[in-house]
Write a new protein. Structure first.
Lengths: 272, 280
């Protein structure tokens, strides 16, 4: 039977039992799908991703991974836990959190080493990903010495080297220059073509069209406001405005003031 | 007002000076990246050989041998492309000078009797410096200086994360070494947070602050840093779990030894045996 990789039914989560972060969330993610989670700050995007990665667990509702329920008990099973970590990779929003080793090389190979991948296989994967991401010169450096773009690339490498079937990314392009953004998006698209499931949280609408088959929009009440194909969502200006994903932009042409919604959808086709 | 301003400036300079000292002393790897003799050795062999040299320095009772070992250390620093001025400043500034103060009483006949060298009076109290006293103090200070110099030479010619990895060969548990590594990584990050917070406060409240307000700001700053580090701690642990960490860390042992490393180790071993045999 072909299960969805993740299936969430009526999932609720709150921090300390007092601060709601997710409310009545229903999502099904099929293998090989590209999913985007968009929403304003504090709408629950990161919480959802942490839940999908088995780092936190739902207060109420059901989270299934490939037909098996995800809860604290399931991670007590060492075999299941290792299998899950091999299949699901997570790129954290803050690369400083993810890069905790004293050197870049140690950070990149940390995952496969913990998961028991053979040393020669780790070496060959390392070679491949440092070449693809162009970070060979960084290997012996400390993460402290890297720029935000370099840190982000190393964080992506440290996840992809596990060769997970499902790649979860929390705002992978935040604070990056256009060239590095392009590099990371191209890499993710290549991974998707190779059959990987890509789940991305972002409020960078530039990239949503490319990296999404389905987009979920989260509202301020921590619920899914709408979901559907990327084009439908990105063309719904009223929805995007209501959820703080577009802003009202005012500017002056000669003596006349123009005020209109401003959406950043594509770096290349921007006209003013 | 002027006074307040200068005292604020003093605190500011002290704070920034401490942060900058920690950054440069803990994280500068300028010398470890040079292509010198010490830098070319395998980190494990180098650490082991320095342990042997320090033991040899501590065991010898011959002042001339200790002096030769110290000169040998300076020679090693020179062939490792370490500036002599920098090296002497780094090694003599605190510990050997402190040891000189500790050992000073041993100069006098009250503690070390023997042949008189110099005698004088302070406030009518007669003091006699003896020959064995001078030799004892000289041996002690020189021994401390040589041992500290070897330790400093090892630390500045080796990248710090390599030194941490080397701890494993001395049987220190992997989880302890890894915790040290993570600490090392995040001290830098927290220093950055302190610096940025300080600048943010300065940009909003100006450079002159009443001391009561200053106390509040510092208190708030400490609390803020504490909360940040707690949150960081949780997030880093999640990041480790996410990549398969299950309580027992595994690391890649990528040290490589060559003939040169083994010859060097044998040479330092011979020095130790020679000292134990003839000068202990």
């Amino acid at each position: 039977m072909d299960y969805p990789v993740f299936s969430l039914k009526n999932v609720w989560f709150s921090y300390l039992g007092r601060f709601p972060a997710l409310a009545a969330v229903d999502i099904d993610i099929k293998p090989g799908e590209k999913i985007s989670i968009i929403g304003a700050n504090g709408s629950g995007k990161s919480t959802l991703l942490h839940l999908l990665d088995g780092l936190i667990f739902a207060d109420k509702g059901l989270v299934n991974f490939c037909g098996k329920e995800l809860n604290e008990k399931s991670f007590n099973d060492i075999e299941f836990s290792a299998d899950f970590r091999r299949k699901v990779g997570f790129v954290f929003q803050n690369p400083d959190v993810q890069l905790f080793c004293p050197s870049v090389k140690e950070d990149i190979i940390f995952g496969p080493l913990q998961l028991g991948v053979a040393k020669n296989e780790i070496q060959s994967r390392l070679e491949r990903f440092v070449t693809i991401l162009g970070i060979r010169d960084l290997l012996d450096r400390s993460p402290n010495q890297l720029s935000i773009g370099e840190k982000r690339k190393v964080a992506v490498a440290s996840t992809l080297i596990i060769e997970p079937d499902i790649i979860i990314l929390d705002e992978p392009t935040a604070g990056l220059d256009p060239s590095t953004t392009r590099h990371i998006i191209d890499l993710l698209l290549d991974e998707n073509v190779a059959g990987k499931t890509i789940i991305t949280s972002t409020h960078d609408l530039h990239i949503v069209g490319e990296i999404s088959d389905t987009v979920y929009v989260f509202g301020a009440d921590k619920r899914i406001v709408k979901s559907g194909p990327a084009d439908n969502i990105l063309n719904d200006l009223a929805l995007l405005t209501a959820n703080n994903l577009v802003h009202i932009h005012s500017h002056r042409h000669k003596d006349k003031m123009h005020i209109h919604p401003h959406v950043h959808l594509d770096h290349h086709d921007e006209e003013h | 007002m002027r006074q307040k301003s200068s005292s604020n400036g003093f605190i500011e300079h002290s704070l920034m000076g401490v942060l900058s000292f920690i950054k440069t002393s803990l994280f500068a790897e300028e010398y470890a990246l040079k292509r010198g003799f010490m830098q070319s050795l395998d980190q494990r062999i180098k650490t082991l050989s320095f342990v042997l040299l320090i033991i040899a320095t501590l065991l010898t009772k011959n002042i001339l041998v200790v002096f030769c070992l110290y000169l040998f250390c300076l020679f090693l620093a020179a062939i490792s492309k370490i500036g002599l001025g920098f090296f002497l400043k780094r090694t003599w500034v605190f510990i050997p000078l402190f040891s000189l103060f500790v050992a000073l009483p041993a100069l006098f006949s009250n503690f070390t009797p023997g042949a008189e060298l110099i005698s004088f009076k302070i406030a009518g109290f007669p003091l006699v410096i003896t020959r064995p006293g001078v030799l004892t103090v000289l041996l002690f200070v020189l021994r401390v200086a040589a041992a500290v110099s070897f330790a400093v030479l090892l630390s500045i010619t080796t990248r710090h994360f390599d030194l941490l990895k080397v701890l494993r060969i001395f049987g220190i548990p992997q989880v302890f070494v890894m915790t040290l590594g993570v600490c090392y990584r995040y001290i830098y990050l927290l220093i950055g947070i302190i610096e940025n917070t300080y600048l943010a406060i300065k940009s909003r409240v100006g450079s002159v602050v009443h001391y009561k307000r200053g106390q509040q700001i510092v208190g708030w700053n400490i609390a803020f840093l504490w909360v940040r580090s707690c949150r960081l701690n949780e997030d880093v642990y999640k990041a480790m779990l996410s990549r398969g960490y299950s309580g027992q860390p595994y690391v890649l042992d990528d040290f490589r030894t060559r003939l040169k490393d083994w010859l060097w180790l044998a040479f330092t071993g011979v020095i130790l045996i020679w000292i134990i045999r003839f000068f202990h």
